[in-house]
Design a protein around this ligand. Structure first.
Ligand code: RI2
Length: 335
């Protein structure tokens, strides 16, 4: 390969496309897929020199990194794998990358189980949980509580625009949990029937703020008003090390068509508008659609962050972040 462009194997491009399109989604699942993709890059790399191999691996990591900005599990996964790449020959580098990715994926699975057991302690027999979006970490708490013999019920928010609440409802029904599905706007009405709000996270900031699917912050504020505790299930892979040094978390905004189809837009557009703005979809027609994927819930609305390392009041999560990440974050995928 010499000095040629680093080669990213097609399977990595496919994984990146699937993450961007949300065919692969959920913070932990994204991290798992990213680590697997780096192993695939290592296996399929045509590099003939260690330098070319490393360049290809960094290019693969960059391709994955650029897909979704909010889920910090993605750069955390890439960092973990790249830091473990070791060896003097292509064969050694390849083997160490594959091993490191495999150990990351094993740890991820194990962390979810441990977290589930810890979170289940907060759930009592007969409790009703109110959920938002779909989180494997949040569901791990439910699964562990069910395995402990507790009976639970769930009120599941649909979660517009992509209705990921349906995935949660399907999983809960598979486990035999009675589910009441509600539209997002109905949450306040149903909070009095809930014992816990149970959500996941895409990122946790150093001050204990929780970045999760859009609508979480409003739910948490109303839950506080109704006196319903808010429990956030988040493996430590969701802790955002950059926020230790004052960076804020970038909030992903997605295509407006997730909210409003071209046909719906056309039906709203009025040819009688005084500014005469009727035009083709996407043109300047005076109708703006915003589609932020996530929002920020301040720590004062969160009762506990449940991780595989124990449960924490949000304000104290910074201690765990320092222990796990230190104060520095590098970007080992940089060119
Ligand atoms: P787990 C999802 O984001 C939701 O916001 C969910 O709470 C979070 O990922 C965490 O998912 P998206 O990928 O890691 O659907 O708990 O945008 O599965």
């Amino acid at each position: 390969m010499g000095d040629a462009e680093p080669e990213v194997v097609p399977a990595v491009e496919s994984t990146a496309d699937a993450i961007a399109a949300m065919e692969i989604r959920g913070a932990a699942t994204i991290a798992d897929a990213a680590a697997a993709a780096l192993a695939t890059q290592a296996e399929g790399s045509p590099a003939e020199t260690p330098a070319a191999f490393r360049r290809g691996l960094r290019a693969a990591a960059r391709t994955l990194y650029e897909t979704r900005p909010t889920a910090v599990s993605l750069p955390n996964a890439l960092r973990y794998v790249l830091r473990g790449v070791d060896g003097d020959t292509v064969t050694e580098l390849r083997a160490s990358t594959i091993d490191r990715a495999a150990s990351f994926r094993r740890d991820l699975e194990h962390a979810r189980e441990t977290l589930g057991g810890i979170g289940a302690n907060r759930l009592r027999d007969g409790d009703v949980v109110l959920t938002h979006c779909h989180s494997t970490d949040a569901l791990a708490c439910v699964e562990a509580a069910l395995e402990d013999g507790k009976a639970l019920e769930a009120i599941v928010k649909e979660t517009r625009p992509r209705k990921q609440g349906h995935i949660t409802a399907a999983q809960l029904r598979e486990w035999g949990v009675p589910v009441t599905l509600i539209v997002d706007g109905a949450a306040r009405r149903y909070l009095d029937a809930a014992d816990h709000v149970l959500v996941g996270a895409d990122s946790i900031a150093a001050d204990g703020s929780v970045i999760n699917k859009i609508g979480t912050s409003g739910l948490a504020v109303v839950a506080r008003e109704r006196g319903v505790p808010v429990m956030v299930a988040a493996q430590t892979i969701k802790l955002h090390p950059d926020t230790l040094t004052g960076h804020t978390v970038a909030i992903e905004t997605r295509d407006e068509r997730e909210v409003l189809s071209d046909e719906e837009r056309a039906s709203i557009r009025s040819s009688d508008a005084p500014d005469g703005s009727a035009g083709e979809p996407g043109s300047e027609d005076g109708l703006t659609v915003e589609n932020p994927a996530f929002d920020v819930t301040p720590p004062r609305y969160v009762d506990a962050i449940v991780t595989e390392r124990g449960q924490f009041p949000p304000e104290s999560i910074v201690t765990l972040m320092r222990e796990l990440f230190g104060d520095t974050t590098d970007e080992p995928w940089a060119e």
